[in-house]
Design a protein around this ligand. Structure first.
Ligand code: AGP
Length: 596
């Protein structure tokens, strides 16, 4: 996720673009840059937040330009990898938000054709492709270039000698802002609200051409589209949250996209081994903290079942004390921020012990990537809410992909079975969307929970760690004491705490744990506990047994953690909201925990 802006009009483009970019900084902040059309293309960029780039920005003059604030996905955060990129002639500048799957092969070809590259990014191939097809018409060149790329994108371009801004999108947002003697384009309306509230949304694969006096939109067949502008009544702050009340809710709703982006490219590389080429190891240890630790626990079930490899999971903060344990050949460290001090210390310790190390993180170039041998990047985009949501489901995707990669390479599963798993993975964004469509049920269920002092979350098998995560999410943002428990363990102690004032949230999924979970529900109901059951669509019995039920789409048992996690996130969110808690910034907690 990055923020992009384009402008053509009567003001100084630098001023407008900087201002608009700052409103988009929540979409990425590891490097930034602008390109302003003058006699030559005037480009300035730097690593760090927009203010860093701004502090050394020359006084560029011109009414046309593009800008970018980056959240790195391909190529570490650096000045060289910052956008905009210019072609070999220095006359075309381009910014991009998204992921190009086949950039490496295009880059190889362009280099043999004589194009000179200056960065590690996927984006740079776009500007050289456009250059290759440019014969005076930027829109035509863009159309030709797009025929060669696979992936997702929002692209904005400008060219020396022209007041036009040309843009397009696929699976990444882009909106046009209409002004008087000026027009704008940006990743979202937040960037534009200080200038205009007259907005036109750009649809997938449409191409936009704008100048100070006219905006034209073309469909994928090149036909001009007529579109009425909409008047936006949100405040700039609301717009930054995409109209959601909190970043956490927005990020919960971004999960279909986060999952899709993390799958992009990787799911097609399962057999070829473009990621994790060497799968020659006999055991895995996973180290992480908090939510990432729960993702690791889910990953253990998947890796052991699919890759048939023994997996141990340890809290990163405890790893240093396990001096007697036999070392594992591969240690996976999971940290969405890549900055968690305990996980960094564990990575160093694993390195000292001679283990091969692999990090799963959401932040390109974060500290953990410098402590390990290999990195798998999730592509959830920046997460602002302290409670991890979309980064967690993206971590799950990474672990499922790694398990399947090992299974393909070591043939630990039949090809048919792997094909089914692949299809289930690809269907996940749709499954999550269906859960989100039912969010009102979680909101209603929160009414039963928000006054409780203690709540138990019960599950079995792969859904046990999912319930641990559900409990963590609830306690973190609603301040209600919540405990996740393996349902079979309840009778070994905690049952003593169950009474009519202690609600139980139970995962009663239609799989091999169903009957036992039904017994556990009966067990707590016999102690008068109000039960919220999360079950499978089509289950006729469960709704007759419990006082409240939320049904999730039926998916293969191994994939239940995805829809189940999303329901639990919504439940935590609505419970905290009902209590009036500070959801995005819970007390005593920080987004990245940099102390041990
Ligand atoms: C998650 O909601 C929490 N804020 C917290 O448990 C977090 O997962 C933990 O601090 C680990 O963070 P990391 O993934 O950035 O390493």
């Amino acid at each position: 996720m990055c923020g992009i802006v384009g402008y053509s009009g009567s003001r100084q483009a630098t001023v407008v673009i900087l201002d608009a970019l700052k409103k988009l900084e929540y979409r990425g902040y590891d490097s930034a840059g602008v390109a302003i059309v003058g006699d030559d293309m005037q480009v300035h960029k730097d690593k760090g937040e927009i203010a860093v780039m701004e502090s050394t920005l020359p006084d560029f003059k011109g009414g046309v330009g593009v800008g970018h604030t980056r959240w790195a996905t391909c190529g570490r955060p650096s000045k060289e990898n910052a956008h905009p990129f210019v072609d070999c002639t220095g006359r075309i500048a381009l910014v991009h938000n998204g992921i190009l799957e086949n950039y490496a092969e295009i880059k190889r070809k362009l280099i043999t054709e004589g194009h000179r590259f200056t960065s590690e990014t996927d984006t740079e191939v776009l500007v050289h492709l456009v250059e290759k097809y440019f014969h005076g018409d930027l829109r035509a060149a863009l159309n030709e270039a797009l025929k060669e790329v696979r992936g997702s994108y929002a692209i904005v371009m400008v060219q020396v000698g022209s007041d036009k801004v040309v843009a397009t999108r696929k699976e990444n947002p882009l909106v046009v802002g209409l002004g008087v003697d000026e027009n704008f384009i940006a990743s979202d309306v937040t960037a534009l609200l200080d200038y205009t509230n007259k907005i036109m949304y750009v649809m997938d694969e449409e191409v936009v051409e704008l100048d100070p006096h006219r905006v034209r939109i073309f469909d994928r067949d090149g036909e001009e589209v007529k579109r009425q502008p909409e008047i936006i009544t949100w405040s700039a702050e609301d717009a930054q949250k995409g109209g959601f009340e909190h970043f956490m809710l927005k990020e919960i709703y971004e999960q279909p996209e986060a999952i899709h982006n993390t799958l992009l490219g990787n799911v097609n590389a399962l057999e070829s081994g473009e990621f994790m080429p060497n799968v020659d190891f006999g055991g895995i240890k996973i180290l992480a903290c908090g939510t990432s630790f729960h993702a690791a626990m889910v990953g253990k079930y998947v890796l052991e079942k699919v890759a048939k490899i023994p997996v141990t999971v340890e809290l990163a903060s405890e790893y240093r004390y396990a001096t007697g344990a036999k070392e594992c050949p591969l240690v996976i460290l999971i940290s969405q921020s890549g900055e968690t001090a305990d996980t960094l210390a564990a990575a160093r310790e694993a390195g000292r012990r001679g283990c091969r190390t692999l990090a799963i993180t959401n932040v390109v170039g974060s500290s953990i990537t410098r402590e390990v041998g290999e990195t798998f990047y999730t592509r959830a985009g920046p997460e602002i809410g302290v409670a991890a949501t979309k980064t967690y489901t993206a971590q799950l995707v990474a672990l499922y992909l790694i398990a399947m990669r090992i299974a393909y390479a070591k043939k630990t599963m039949s090809t048919d079975h792997l094909r089914e798993m692949r299809a289930a993975l690809i269907a996940l964004p749709q499954v999550v969307r269906r859960v989100l469509d039912n969010a009102s049920e979680a909101e209603a269920a929160a009414e039963d929970l928000y006054q409780a002092r203690d709540i138990f979350f019960l599950g079995r098998n792969i859904n046990f760690p999912v319930m641990l995560e559900g409990a963590l999410k609830l306690k973190e943002i609603s301040y209600i004491h919540a405990e996740g428990y393996a349902a079979g363990e309840l009778k070994h102690g905690p049952l003593a705490l169950i009474d009519s004032r202690t609600p139980v949230v139970a995962a009663v999924i239609k799989d091999h744990t169903y009957d036992k979970m039904m017994s556990n529900v009966a067990e707590v109901q016999a102690r008068d506990s109000p039960v919220l059951a999360i079950g499978t669509e089509g289950d006729q019995d469960l709704p007759n047994v419990v006082s409240r039920v939320i049904l999730i789409p039926e998916v293969p048992a191994m994939f239940v953690p995805f829809p189940l996690s999303v329901v639990l996130q919504l439940l935590a969110y609505y419970t905290a909201r009902r209590k009036g808690c500070s959801i995005d910034k819970p007390k005593n907690l920080a987004k990245s925990v940099t102390v041990e």
